[in-house]
Design a protein around this ligand. Structure first.
Ligand code: ADP
Length: 643
């Protein structure tokens, strides 16, 4: 895989970078090219020196460990780094670049045209109660008043209040490359409705659109040491408040000035070591100590490790931690010396029960899983699958060992963002009452937009995906010629591995007017495909949760999915005998079975439209909102903080 190659070549320079850390990058905001982060690779030559001690494999070593490794790691109680919050020594030019910004009020978009059902959203509501972060440490400049966006009226709560800090590497609408960005956007907003005080901590990437950069206000700054670098790093905090959620962006141009959130492990490892530590230090600095720290994926997986070691005796050391796995494939693996250099974590954490893997590598996600109080992943089925060799990405033993604290909570979708009745991207808005009338109009508009033959009677199959081998695209490629029967059109939207991009481009030219390959990332086109297609293909090799099938169902588009992970949990197979179910499914990872599922869908569509239409309406009525899932997260937080 191209990305893997890139990582291994970059890796050598990583250690060099360890020695010289100050390469500055251009400060200009750059447009994000939303490419998913590279898969984590195993490390290679650098660690050879250590490989002398080849004893038993990792899998064997783990069960032997009794206590949670955290217990061992305690000795390293370094002075709390955040405490250093010296009032702004302006060594870093970045600090200057952030004068407290007076934000303009959020631009109110005129409600989308289209049908009368659309655009009822009242724009301005009352000012929200933002998380009341007490000001603590002195700052050199007077922070401006945080920008306050309108928030919905507070509902009546039926659960106790808890404060939660979300820490992760992406969040819609600031930066998103996949489902993680959706979750970081939607779940905090839903938790606010469930009586939570939520603060989301993100890197302040230069690629965050200027309109959001303009709304951020300066919240403070301090300097923090980092690992064995011997340097003091600037940590700025820029704040933006919206819909009751406080977003704190960690600012440091040395780490976050690239055009993409993810570049390659050589840059990303130091970046997220810094980010994880800075996020905890920022909580201490702001004197906002949450009940629960909820971290996401490998980029924030060191948070529980730092929290239980270097920050153990600081205020933030009292919080409980939850680590959510959105995709186990990405783990943040690098050699031990480099990660030790960038983190300064005590030697004890680099053992086989925590960060160490395969004797010479350090695995950031593995460490986080060991130290977190709870682990969640984004569906029940995936929670079980990752404990098996087939899906465990070599962490199955570690996950089985920690399974007592692992659970699956399926994702939802944000009904504000995904609503065919109000979606401004659509040609015609619709809801469950008029979907059968208006979906064909959206289909025709989509065909026109993409240069396809305009014919409402064609069966249109959509595929919206990162183009990587996780997504089952080799199965799709194998059967395209058998799908193209003159009555079927295929629309692909995605970017990723060149081999898939090129194959889809080839099919576009081979089946002119019937196959469209949009090799791009285009949020609004994605919405139009969900609305205009009849079916959406998600034949993934593995799928932790999957959001595209949820979006599709909510737009009355029937999913055709492989029964794995969240796809299995959210799509009930269509039952030809009683007409029940939500979509068409197949189990084994096999091109023939995918073709069979597509053919079953076509048969239903062309010969039994009445039943097809019933499923369309049933899918639109299905509850795929965040409400249930957020309630489960809230219960989890309450379990951890039972006072
Ligand atoms: P993953 O996180 O593995 O990429 P998910 O199904 O969880 O997959 O989430 C994918 C999200 O990204 C969905 O919201 C989907 O609509 C969106 N998406 C994926 N590819 C594109 C694209 N090329 N253009 C626009 N949106 C996309």
């Amino acid at each position: 895989m191209a990305q893997k190659k890139a990582q291994s070549t970059q890796k050598k320079t990583a250690e060099a970078k360890g020695a010289s850390t100050s390469a500055k990058k251009p400060a200009e905001p750059v447009k994000a090219a939303p490419v998913k982060s590279e898969p984590v690779t195993k490390t290679e030559p650098a660690a050879k020196a250590e490989s002398a001690k080849k004893t038993e494999p990792a899998a064997k070593a783990e069960p032997a460990k009794k206590a949670e490794p955290a217990a061992k790691a305690e000795p390293a109680k370094k002075a709390e780094p955040a405490a250093k919050a010296e009032p702004a020594k302006k060594t870093e030019p970045a600090a200057k670049a952030e004068p407290a910004k007076k934000a303009k009020p959020a631009a109110k978009k005129p409600a989308a045209k289209k049908t009368k059902t659309a655009a009822k959203k009242a724009a301005a509501e009352e000012v929200k109660t933002a998380a009341p972060a007490a000001e603590a440490a002195p700052v050199a400049e007077q922070p401006a008043e945080p920008v306050v966006e309108p928030a919905p009226a507070q509902p009546q709560y039926d659960t106790p209040r808890r404060s939660v800090a979300f820490i992760g590497s992406e969040c819609h609408p600031f930066v998103k490359t996949g489902g993680l960005g959706d979750v970081m956007y939607a779940l905090p907003r839903e938790l606010v409705k469930q009586n939570c005080d939520v603060r989301v901590i993100l890197p302040r990437y230069a690629c965050i659109p200027q309109k959001y950069q303009d709304k951020m206000v300066y919240r403070g700054e301090f300097y923090m040491d980092l690992g064995e670098t011997g340097r003091s790093y600037y940590v700025g905090i820029m704040e933006y408040i919206c819909d009751g959620v406080v977003y704190d962006f960690i600012d440091n141009q040395e780490f976050f000035s690239a055009g993409n959130p993810y570049i390659g492990l050589v840059d990303d490892i130091p970046k997220y070591c810094f980010f994880s530590k800075a996020a905890l230090a920022a909580l201490n600095y702001m004197n906002w100590i949450p009940d629960v720290i909820h971290c996401h994926d490998w980029q924030a997986a060191l948070v529980p490790v730092f929290q239980r070691t270097l920050f153990r005796d600081s205020p933030v050391g009292h919080a409980k931690t939850v680590l959510t796995i959105h995709n186990l494939r990405f783990q943040g693996i690098y050699n031990i010396p480099t990660i030790r250099y960038w983190t300064g974590l005590p030697a004890e954490v680099f053992n086989m029960g925590a960060l160490q893997q395969a004797w010479r590598d350090a695995n950031m996600l593995k460490g986080g899983l060991a130290y977190a109080d709870r682990i969640t992943t984004v569906s029940n089925t995936y929670a079980h699958e990752i404990q098996t060799p087939e899906y465990g990405e070599e962490l199955e033993d570690h996950l089985r060992y920690h399974s007592y604290k692992l659970r699956g909570i399926v994702n939802g979708i944000d009904y504000g963002m995904w609503n065919p009745a109000t979606d401004p991207a659509l040609a015609v808005n619709y809801d469950i009452t008029n979907v059968l009338e208006h979906k064909p109009e959206n289909k025709r508009a989509l065909q026109e937009e993409l240069g396809l033959e305009q014919d409402e009677s064609k069966f249109v199959i959509g595929l919206i995906s990162r183009l990587t081998n996780q997504k089952g695209l080799d199965l799709v490629n194998a059967i395209v010629p058998q799908i193209m029967d003159g009555n079927t059109q295929v629309v692909v939207l995605g970017t990723g591995d060149k081999e898939y991009e090129d194959t889809f481009r080839y099919y576009e030219s081979a089946y002119k007017g019937m196959f469209s390959a949009c090799i791009q990332y285009d949020e609004s086109r994605a919405h139009r495909i969900y609305a205009g297609a009849d079916a959406l293909l998600v034949p993934s090799r593995f799928e932790p949760c999957g959001l595209t099938q949820l979006n599709a169902m909510h737009y009355g588009t029937l999913p055709i999915v492989r029964e794995t992970g969240g796809l299995k949990d959210t799509v009930e197979p269509y039952n030809v005998f009683n007409g029940g179910g939500n979509g068409f499914t197949f189990d084994r990872y096999d091109a023939g079975l995918l073709l069979d599922a597509i053919n079953r869908a076509k048969t239903e569509y062309f010969t039994s439209r009445y039943h097809w239409d019933e499923v369309v309406q049933r899918d639109m009525a299905k509850d795929v909102s965040w409400t249930n899932s957020a309630r489960q997260y809230k219960e989890l937080y309450l379990e951890l903080t039972p006072w």
